[in-house]
Design a binder for this molecule. Structure first.
Ligand SMILES: CC(C)(COP(=O)(O)OP(=O)(O)OC[C@H]1O[C@@H](n2cnc3c(N)ncnc32)[C@H](O)[C@@H]1OP(=O)(O)O)[C@@H](O)C(=O)NCCC(=O)NCCS
Length: 373
């Protein structure tokens, strides 16, 4: 008999969480291969211990074998209306109703937690996406057609999703609508393309600015100014219809985040560009790495303050961090980054670096007072 139970997030659950993570990781690998960032029980437990986020893990199992899982991620600082549900079913046990049972209980839990906007994510290999214009195909939610859709449009991108993809069919059957597509792009860390970008981009900041590169913990003297910049990040990245509230960053939040990354086993390399006249942090970018996946370097956020844009600081901050990442992680092989297609300035820099699209992550959204569609 299949049982469904909420698993306590403690060291005692590590063996079960290993199986949960293995399911997620196998799924992620089918879309992005070895550029997939693998979930570990340690990272899950470290995130669950954070006062900034509540995490609940629902497990479907049979005879001690995990068949599927749904995690609910509930932000606690802002976006307290939001619940993010991450769902996976073992490939050999799909289409038996396990996904439906997990989703039913996970959404009920979101409701009990007072979460009314629900996001979920699907992943798609680049070669499974359907190229298209802004035209709306038969079957799109908006056009009222009754014919089955061949492909589904996503806000702010011309790429469409194949309607027959199981995750697309499942999300739509639950009344979710695509809200945002983020392109997952990769670059070989030690490649001719990366060499060229390093050679073609100034290695130091323009007059009046200077770069500061560090590992793991931001220098105390820049913490406050860095938080000012991080607080605009959530407002300034294009998010399609996956809108979220503004984030307020404080040095305490910054230190908690650094500590969480450390306890997840991650090392980070960050570069800031300081505006010398004011001490403001004009630009920031961050890479993360963990020893369980030594080949993989993950791009975290990059942001340039509005009043300092248009001076090439985006490319310069990324150049400095790329050089630092090569020095810090000589075993690194692939950098992976995610951007919305609407993020033209970031994409221009990434394409100059040599990044190529490998996959897409799609955010889906619904509200809980909507009828299941
Ligand atoms: C999406 C996923 C969780 C579905 O799990 P599942 O246990 O197979 O789901 P169910 O058996 O409860 O299917 C429920 C409905 O989803 C739709 N669906 C699921 N798989 C489908 C497929 N291969 N083709 C068409 N529709 C499909 C159908 O409407 C189905 O109802 P039906 O079987 O009565 O026709 C599973 O395919 C999976 O793990 N995919 C990868 C992870 C993922 O994409 N998760 C995010 C989903 S938002």
């Amino acid at each position: 008999m299949i049982t469904y139970s909420w698993t306590p997030l403690s060291e005692d659950s590590t063996a079960l969480l290993e199986q949960v993570c293995a399911l997620h990781n196998a799924e992620a690998r089918t879309h992005v291969g070895d550029a997939a960032s693998l979930l570990t029980p340690r990272a899950l437990l470290a995130s669950a211990a954070s006062p900034d986020m509540e995490i609940r893990v629902l497990v479907a199992s049979e005879d001690g074998q995990v068949l599927g899982s749904a995690e609910v991620w509930a932000p606690l600082l802002e976006n307290r209306q939001l619940g993010v549900v991450d769902l996976v079913v073992a490939p050999e046990r799909r289409r038996e109703g396990i996904g439906t049972a997990l989703a039913t209980e996970a959404l009920a839990e979101c409701q009990r937690m007072g979460r009314t906007t629900i996001d979920s994510y699907t992943s798609h290999r680049q070669d499974t996406l359907v190229p298209g214009g802004d035209t709306v195909n038969a079957g799109d939610e908006a056009d009222g057609e009754t014919q089955p859709a061949a492909s589904i449009s996503v806000p702010e991108t011309t790429w469409r999703l194949p309607a027959e993809d199981p995750s697309v069919a499942f999300a739509r059957s639950w009344g979710f609508r695509p809200a945002l597509m983020e392109r997952v792009s990769t670059l070989e860390l030690f490649s001719p393309a990366a060499d060229e970008f390093l050679a073609a981009t100034p290695s130091s900041a323009p007059e009046g600015y200077r770069t500061v590169t560090y590992e793991d913990a931001a220098p105390e003297e820049h913490a406050e100014a860095l938080c000012t910049l991080l607080s605009i990040f959530a407002d300034d990245i294009p998010v399609g219809e996956a809108t979220t509230e503004s984030e307020i960053w404080t040095p305490e939040r910054l230190r908690r985040t650094e500590e969480r990354l450390r306890s997840q086993g991650r090392t980070t390399v960050d570069t800031l560009i300081i505006h010398e006249a004011t001490g403001a942090v004009a630009a920031q970018t961050s890479y993360a790495w963990k020893k369980e996946q030594p080949h993989l370097v993950q791009q975290r956020g990059t942001v340039v303050a509005r009043e300092h844009r248009g001076r090439g600081l985006g490319a310069i901050v990324k150049r400095a961090n790329l050089a630092a990442a090569r020095a810090a992680w000589p075993e690194g092989r692939v950098i992976v980054t995610e951007n919305s297609d609407h993020n033209v300035h970031m994409l221009r820099i990434n394409s100059a670096m040599g990044f190529a699209a490998a996959a897409a992550d799609v955010a889906w959204r619904r509200t809980l007072d909507e009828e299941r569609g």
